[in-house]
Write a protein that binds this ligand. Structure first.
Ligand code: AHM
Ligand code: MG
Length: 323
């Protein structure tokens, strides 16, 4: 439900005004992300029409090359953000190496992206999303991405669900904006979003339970069942975390035999979501400590992820300690 007539751009500018020393660079950076995600939305909303308009690798009826949506989302973000001149460096799930855009030579910020998370859900018309995480440029090398989540300046995601929502934190709480497709504006719909201290939902790919590396985790999930919790698992991190932020409960992707370090990536999945969840009053964990305390060693590093209501994560860590 839209409660205020404030749109994301105006919100960003009003936040900036609270800091007289601000140069406007972060505001312009955030607006560039917003613009890119609006272009992505228009393609996501056409996704089911790929069969009608042409298949990947072919030309569509307009004579354009049809691209896979995740690669297209990556290209749109890379182009728009490089062109904004605000980013000294860009890292993406879709790219092996960090990119240093020509126009970003004077950029103060660096950004890590998961351009289209949950891509296995595209073909079945289930929610997907874009995740971003912004740090300050320090030395101007790829190592700047390894500062650790605590140093994030801003983070957020866009969830392409039954409606499109943009969630943002700059370290001052979390605000949510819903796209009004009629006017093309993200309108403030969830001001200072707070997570409940406890929930009733757990969200894990439980098919992996026999191969989870920590037996305490299986006991924890059994205890939740005893206590009458229900299960929800979409398989798009953005959508599963979005529900967890709003309704509370716990989302997790633990280490298992196939993924001994976890499946999700630290830089553009775990860290930004941990920043959002903690800013909304929830907690994050890699099993023993806040995900924001983790110092990654490489750009595409994986990590076990637990995100949820404060009490949920406290219980979980207790079960893991007791095993
Ligand atoms: P992706 O970035 O390639 O889409 O993979 C990440 C996704 C997450 O969105 C989701 O939480 C997880 O992978 C689901 O994995 P699984 O299918 O193993 O349950
Ligand atoms: Mg992903």
């Amino acid at each position: 439900m839209i409660t205020e007539g404030m749109d994301l751009n105006r919100f960003i500018l009003e936040e900036e005004r609270k800091y007289p020393q601000a140069t406007g660079s972060l505001s312009r950076a955030l607006m560039a992300i917003e613009a890119a995600t609006k272009i992505i939305v228009s393609h996501v909303r056409m996704a089911g029409l790929a069969d009608v308009l042409g298949r990947a690798g072919q030309r569509n009826v307009y004579g354009e090359e049809v691209q896979k949506l995740d690669l297209l989302a990556n290209e749109i973000l890379m182009e728009q953000l490089a062109d904004s001149g605000e980013f000294y460096a860009l890292a993406s799930e879709e790219l092996e190496e960090v990119v240093f855009p020509e126009k970003g030579r004077d950029g103060k910020y660096i950004i890590a992206l998961d351009p289209l998370d949950g891509s296995s859900n595209i073909d079945v018309n289930v929610s997907i999303g874009t995740i971003f995480s912004i740090y300050r440029k320090v030395q101007g090398t790829a190592e700047d991405f390894l500062q650790g989540g605590r140093h994030q300046v801003a983070a957020g995601y866009v969830v392409y669900g039954s409606s499109t929502m943009f969630l943002l934190t700059t370290g001052n709480g979390v605000n949510g904006f819903t796209l009004d497709p009629a006017v093309g504006l993200f309108l403030l719909s969830h001001r200072n979003l707070r997570m409940p201290d406890r929930g009733k939902i757990y969200s894990f790919n439980e098919a992996n339970a026999p191969r989870w590396l920590q037996p305490g985790l299986r006991r924890y999930i059994e205890a939740l069942k005893e206590r009458g919790y229900t299960a929800r698992y979409i398989g798009s991190m953005v959508a599963d975390v979005h529900r967890t932020l709003i309704k509370g409960g716990i989302f997790g992707y633990p280490a298992d035999q196939k993924n001994p370090r976890g499946k999700l990536r630290y830089l553009y999945e775990a860290a930004p979501m941990a920043f959002l969840v903690e800013q909304a009053g929830g907690r994050s964990s890699d099993g023993t400590r806040s995900l924001l305390e983790v110092r990654p060693e490489e750009i595409h590093q994986r990590v076990p992820v637990f995100l949820g209501s404060r009490q949920e994560i406290e219980d979980l860590e207790r079960y893991l300690r007791e095993e």
